[in-house]
Ligand binder design. Structure first.
Ligand code: ADP
Ligand code: MG
Length: 385
């Protein structure tokens, strides 16, 4: 594999010796279950073929050296004892944060040389950040023989991102990158991290799943994410539950009634509770082999994010509307919202026409041309050599 050799070769050029190994961790797409992860609910991501690759060796002198082939900068050298949360605004905060989180949890990591590169598009809602974290965590887990399980690595990576980087994200992205399996989607309960691999092999059934990266990120997205989180917490508090996960779908109407005239909280609660229900529907449909029937569930998920959670964007709505008008089985925005990517489920024979319609619609609307690619459910993080 060319990319793997190239990472190892670049490592030698940078650090003067061969790496002890090369590891890979993928980006992910969330099939369904959006903004449920911080409500203790269900998500259903699958891994992309796009990978972060890292060549890594141990050091015993308390030094961490970091380099990315994709960033126009030299090697960053840090002392492990100097790692302080939220002190680093650069990309290096992601790998350094993982080292910080491992050490903070009591694991004897004494340094590392790391060179990495990634084909996961950054900032497209496909979790390039988790791929970076997980590839480093897995490498250090193997090299230092820490014996941590995949879900534990995911937790530590989440802690790195939440506390060290300072980005309030849920547990989905890191778990997807660490735990997904080829040909499957991962049904994850974010409350107890129990998981189930659900067969999701679209090609075998004559279907495809497209990712449409709109290449836009509306600037206010971070603040809006915080507002949605706070609104969900308020809803849970008003309803007297630990998290919105605890509101059963059958009890939704009664819960909404109890929220009275707080229209905004009512909308947020309705999205989260119906979204958890949609994840369970998709699991049931896939398990019974009724794959095409997930299309309408995806469409309903998009409507809920657009109308109740209010985190869609004109570009995302245009992808969904255009794809559906061109015969797609289902389509929805995916990821945090306000830009990023949408997914489109379609018959293989319709993919070309749908792609062209979406591209034409973007051109006609004067939007930046989207990047469209097929997402094949791929393997999670692994050691390559
Ligand atoms: P997403 O995870 O949706 O792609 P984030 O904002 O969470 O978006 O993470 C993107 C950040 O991750 C980038 O700004 C950069 O700091 C870091 N990153 C992603 N890929 C790379 C890479 N190949 N090299 C260095 N840093 C990267
Ligand atoms: Mg991210």
């Amino acid at each position: 594999m060319g990319a793997q050799q190239q990472v190892a070769d670049s490592f030698v050029e940078l650090y003067g010796a061969a790496p002890e190994g090369v590891w890979a961790a993928p980006g992910r797409v969330n099939l369904i279950g959006e903004h449920t992860d911080y409500n203790d609910g269900f998500v259903m991501p699958f891994a992309l073929p796009h990978l972060a690759l890292a060549a890594v060796s141990r050091r015993d002198d308390g030094v961490l050296r970091l380099h990315s082939a994709d960033i126009d900068a030299g090697v960053t050298e840090l002392r492990l004892d100097d790692l302080v949360p939220e002190s680093d605004k650069n990309w290096t905060a992601y790998p350094a944060g993982v080292v910080w989180a491992l050490r903070e949890a009591g694991h004897a990591v004494t340094g590392a040389d790391i060179h990495l590169t990634s084909t996961v598009p950054a900032g497209a809602g496909l979790s390039s950040s988790a791929a970076l974290e997980v590839v480093v965590a897995l490498a250090l887990n193997d090299l230092y023989e820490l014996g941590l399980k995949r879900w534990q690595l995911a937790r530590l990576c989440q802690r790195a991102e939440n506390v060290y980087v300072g980005a309030p994200t849920g547990i989905m992205d890191q778990t997807a990158s660490a735990c997904c399996e080829e040909g499957h989607a991962l049904f994850l309960d974010t409350r107890d991290l129990s998981q189930k691999q659900i067969p999701f092999d679209l090609a075998a059934e004559g279907m495809r799943l497209l990712v449409v990266d709109t290449q836009v990120k509306h600037a206010h997205s971070d603040g809006e994410y915080g507002k949605r989180r706070a609104g969900c917490e308020k809803g849970a508090a008003l309803l007297g539950v630990d998290a919105l996960r605890d509101i059963a779908y059958a009890d939704l109407d009664a819960a909404l009634e109890r929220l009275g005239d707080d229209e905004e909280v009512r909308r947020l609660v309705r999205h989260v509770v119906t979204e958890d229900e949609r994840v369970e529907q998709v699991v049931a449909l896939l398990e019974s082999g009724d794959t095409r029937a997930i299309g309408p569930v995806l469409i309903a998920g998009h409507a809920s994010l657009r109308d109740d959670f209010r985190i869609s964007a004109p570009e995302l709505d245009l992808v969904v509307d255009t794809a559906l008008a061109s015969g797609a089985l289902g389509a929805r925005m995916t990821g945090g919202g306000f830009g990023g990517s949408a997914i489109v489920l379609a018959e293989a024979t319709d993919v070309e026409a749908i792609t062209k319609s979406v591209q034409d619609a973007f051109a006609a609307a004067g939007f930046t041309a989207p990047r469209v690619f097929e997402a094949v459910p791929s393997a999670g993080a692994r050691r390559l050599n």
